[in-house]
Design a protein. Structure first.
Lengths: 113, 114
């Protein structure tokens, strides 16, 4: 069964460093998402991506964040100049059409020291 | 803005018994979609069940069913014949017709007693 994959599973970085979180969505999916979950809290929407551009972004998704689909298969989230409060689980999700089930990856645990 | 409320932080059920998890939401939209996602200790988000707001019939998926009350903006999940593997965090989520982003509740931790 096709699945969304994410790498790395755990990333540790120093405050102020840049990180890139990678996702490979399911191959025939057209809509892509990033969510984050701070430990013990709810899952929060960050950004949606369709047709090679951002469809919507949340207030959390400020200039520190960017997304890319560089090669038609990977979908990346870049966080520039990481802060302590960026420590969270980051989930990538994809779906083939709006409002359908979003398939989630296993997540990347980001720890900012 | 849409909000999703799960007021019970934790629930416990005896194996083989039935449990109902509550969820309410607030929206001014008429066209939307509701979901229950399960998050086991591995933290992978897994879809349990999906309901389209325009459908009056409650969705059912094996041991999982929902009680969707559109006027009351309520969307509860019933788990029948609870199994040890049902122990997890359960999130209620809302998706608008227009924007297709999931808004999650805070989640409820379900434990299953053997």
């Amino acid at each position: 069964e096709p699945e969304v994959t994410q790498t790395p599973s755990h990333q540790v970085t120093q405050m102020g460093q840049e990180v890139i979180l990678r996702c490979v969505p399911i191959s025939n999916h057209l809509y892509f998402y990033w969510y984050r979950q701070i430990l013990g809290q709810k899952v929060e929407f960050l950004v949606s991506f369709y047709n090679n551009e951002i469809s919507e972004k949340s207030e959390i998704f400020d200039d520190q964040f960017s997304v890319e689909r560089p090669d038609g298969s990977n979908f990346t989230l870049k966080i520039r100049s990481t802060k302590l409060e960026d420590s969270a689980m980051y989930f990538c999700a994809s779906t083939w059409t709006r409002n359908n089930e979003q398939f989630f990856g296993p997540g990347t645990r980001l720890t900012v020291l | 803005a849409q909000t999703v409320t799960q007021s019970q932080p934790e629930m416990s059920v005896q194996e083989a018994e039935t449990v109902t998890l509550s969820c309410t939401y607030d929206t001014s939209e008429s066209d939307y979609y509701l979901f229950w996602y399960k998050q086991p200790p591995s933290r992978q988000m897994i879809l349990v069940i999906r309901q389209e707001a325009y459908k009056q019939q409650n969705a059912t998926e094996n041991r999982f069913s929902v009680n969707f009350q559109k006027a009351a903006k309520s969307f509860s999940l019933k788990i029948s014949d609870s199994q040890l593997g049902d122990a997890a965090m359960y999130f209620c989520a809302y998706d608008t017709g227009a924007n297709s982003k999931l808004t999650f509740g805070k989640g409820i931790t379900l434990s299953v007693r053997p």
